[in-house]
Design a protein around this ligand. Structure first.
Ligand SMILES: [Zn+2]
Ligand SMILES: [Zn+2]
Length: 268
């Protein structure tokens, strides 16, 4: 049986629609071995609706730590999904370095301080090849910052189905090399299925490139509602196995733990 973890989830503390306890109940119900919480921390000058309020950060952390200690039948992990801004590395480090987290997810939702995932208008009249190139460079830069334990939805710019016109493979080769050099894992994020993209991030056609470069991987739902925990995980695990991956990563106290990715067909 595959050791299933789901480390990318959002509760009422950021933009999710459920309390941590609701997610834990659902995670046990669907047979996850580990559930991790990763509410958004977005350090823009103005408070964003989707980000946890800094005034609630301690409460969030205390609540998850209490659950880690009290819940049985599943391992609970504490994380955050933190927006990467190239000019805010020090500030990000200041907020997260002292926190008792199991992992920090690095995300790029902004390019030049504009969100890339709020609407298709962002993509209109833009050179999509250049946009992909810039986005992948930002992901690579975030990975090299050493601030994060893995990178989220590494080709989020596919969300509204604007695709590069030529040689997309070279973008993925570049990114896989960069992630390998920084030794930072990536996720299969199944939530792209619920977006106009109707597919996972990253593009399944290029998963083998990440395997060839030896970039570690994990599978996450990016659930904003408990009902979406573990969504499409069987498909995602099969894709990884077919691409030649043999293991996935999990985290404890910001240390990586490797779990074999094998499916024992004979197991009852
Ligand atoms: Zn995200
Ligand atoms: Zn997320």
């Amino acid at each position: 049986m595959i050791y299933k973890t789901d480390y990318h989830t959002h509760t009422y503390y950021s933009d999710g629609k459920g309390w941590p306890e609701d997610y834990i109940s659902r995670a046990i119900e669907i047979g996850l071995s580990e559930i991790g919480f990763s509410d958004h921390l977005t350090l823009t000058d103005e408070q964003q609706d989707w980000s946890i309020r800094l005034s609630l950060l301690d409460e969030y952390i205390d609540r998850i730590i209490k659950l880690k200690e009290s819940v049985s039948g599943i391992t609970v992990r504490l994380g955050l999904e933190v927006d990467y801004f190239p000019d805010k590395e020090e500030e990000i480090n200041k907020y997260i370095s002292g926190l008792p987290l199991d992992y920090v997810i690095g995300s790029v939702h902004y390019m030049n301080n504009v969100s890339v995932d709020l609407g298709p208008e962002y993509y209109e009249n833009k050179d999509i090849n250049k946009l992909f190139e810039s986005y992948f460079k930002l992901i690579a830069q975030a990975a090299s910052s050493r601030l994060f334990d893995f990178m989220a939805h590494i080709d989020l710019v596919r969300i509204f189905r604007y695709f590069p016109s030529a040689n997309a493979e070279s973008f993925y080769c570049f990114l896989a090399r960069e992630l390998h050099t920084s030794d930072i894992p990536f996720e299969i994020n199944t939530n792209g299925m619920n977006k106009p993209l109707k597919d996972f991030y990253p593009d399944r056609r290029y998963l083998h490139i990440f395997r060839e470069e030896g970039v570690p991987v994990l599978v996450n739902s990016d659930a904003h509602n408990p009902s979406r925990l573990g969504q499409y995980f069987n498909d995602a695990h099969s894709l990884l196995i077919n691409a030649g991956f043999t293991e996935m990563v999990s985290f404890n106290n910001r240390e990586r733990i490797i779990k074999p990715l094998n499916s024992d067909v004979c197991e009852q």
